[in-house]
Ligand binder design. Structure first.
Ligand code: FE2
Length: 375
């Protein structure tokens, strides 16, 4: 049992929930950290009932303020892991293609143990539990496939609006993935596209991408997904020095056309302050010219090639074919996507848009809240 007096005083007082410290209407803090007195300490603690459960009342010195803390809340402070960043590898289920294909992995969320994480559009739209499961799959596995989405232009933005907001870019609110006469991007040709993340030359990068298939009758044009977090974790295991180099070397990514010039300097593998994998940027088409001392350049290129080879390793990439009405939602900070070449004479038309993970994670939390109330 954790006693208030055993906890850091400034932290404990900063978390006081009384009506003087937090606005009861929204829970937001009403004081600055600099407002708290010097020499803050617990003068006395007494057992009380608070929020309908056992807890403690603290009398503070030197200012005589009183705070109440439920015991369960105090006990949770001993669990430093309780605040895992939902964007890092620790909050994800990492996978290789076979894990999803065979259904052998028992640690995958129930309902997703065989096949791809998917949902029928009508059920997704009408049933919050189905919507929650699909969006949880995006958070946990990095993607979900909606099937039976109406095949009409612009529909992809309606899908994004079921959980968040469309991110407009220089490609427009929607981008067309089909063969174009004068493409400003190889995506808009029939060429093979190797596994990559989109728009690494943007900061912040669009954290989600949606691709809605309207036509796919071309020879070729199959899709592939690679879990970049799983690949980076493998690199860390097999070649820790290369992993280290890729987390520490800012890479200049660049995109330019007649009306746009974008650049961002970010590492290929982004980590959080604890060293956990948090973001992958990988795109051979938009990597700019690195200018570093020769030794660092060589180390970077060796590591870059090692990671690129690993990403192409058989078994990592999940291959499938999008058919009209399929809409893929995926985490663009984690999954790499690819497609095989297709004949430019055949019909292939996807519409895509970008959106963001914060909106999706918010929708997941709110849907969970509603579900908890319903149970
Ligand atoms: Fe792409």
């Amino acid at each position: 049992m954790t006693h208030p007096a055993s906890l850091p005083p400034l932290w404990l007082r900063d978390n006081c929930g009384c009506a003087d410290c937090r606005d009861p209407r929204n829970g937001q803090k009403l004081f600055q950290i600099t407002d708290l007195p010097e020499g803050l300490a617990v003068a006395a603690e007494s057992a009380v009932e608070t929020d309908g459960e056992p807890g403690w009342e603290v009398l503070w010195e030197p200012d005589g303020h009183r705070s109440r803390y439920p015991q369960s809340w105090l006990d949770a402070s001993a669990d430093a892991d309780a605040t895992v960043d939902p964007r890092t590898e620790d909050a994800k289920t990492l996978w290789q293609a076979a894990d999803l294909r065979s259904g052998l992995r028992s640690d995958l969320p129930s309902g997703l143990r065989s096949g791809l994480p998917s949902a029928e559009w009508d059920e997704y739209r009408l049933d919050p539990a189905v919507r929650l499961r699909a969006l949880e799959a995006v958070a946990d596995l990095g993607f979900a496939l909606l099937r039976g989405v109406p095949v009409r232009e612009g529909q992809v933005t309606e899908v994004a609006e079921t959980f968040g907001h469309v991110r407009d870019t220089n490609y427009g609110r929607i981008f067309e993935v089909r063969v174009e006469e004068n493409p400003n991007n190889l995506a808009f040709t029939g060429a093979l596209i190797t596994p990559h993340t989109d728009n690494p030359y943007r900061d912040p990068v669009p954290t989600l991408q949606l691709l809605h298939c309207l036509v796919n009758s071309a020879e070729g044009g199959d899709s592939g997904l690679v879990d970049g977090f799983a690949a980076a974790a493998l690199l860390r295991e097999e070649d820790p020095a290369a992993f280290e180099v890729l987390t520490r070397t800012p890479v200049p990514f660049r995109f330019a056309d007649a009306g746009t010039e974008l650049s961002a300097h970010r590492p290929l593998i982004g980590t959080d302050p604890h060293g956990r994998i948090r973001e992958i940027r990988f795109n051979n088409r938009s990597i700019g010219t690195l200018r570093l001392p020769a030794e660092q350049t060589t180390a970077f290129y060796d590591a870059y090639r090692a990671f690129a080879r690993l990403l192409l390793r058989p078994g990592l990439q999940l291959d499938f074919r999008l058919t009209p009405g399929d809409c893929l939602i995926f985490d663009n900070t984690r999954l790499l996507h690819a497609r095989t070449a297709f004949a430019s004479s055949g019909g292939r038309h996807l519409q895509g848009c970008y959106a963001d993970l914060d909106g999706l994670l918010s929708t997941v939390s709110v849907l969970r809240r509603a579900q908890a109330v319903a149970v």
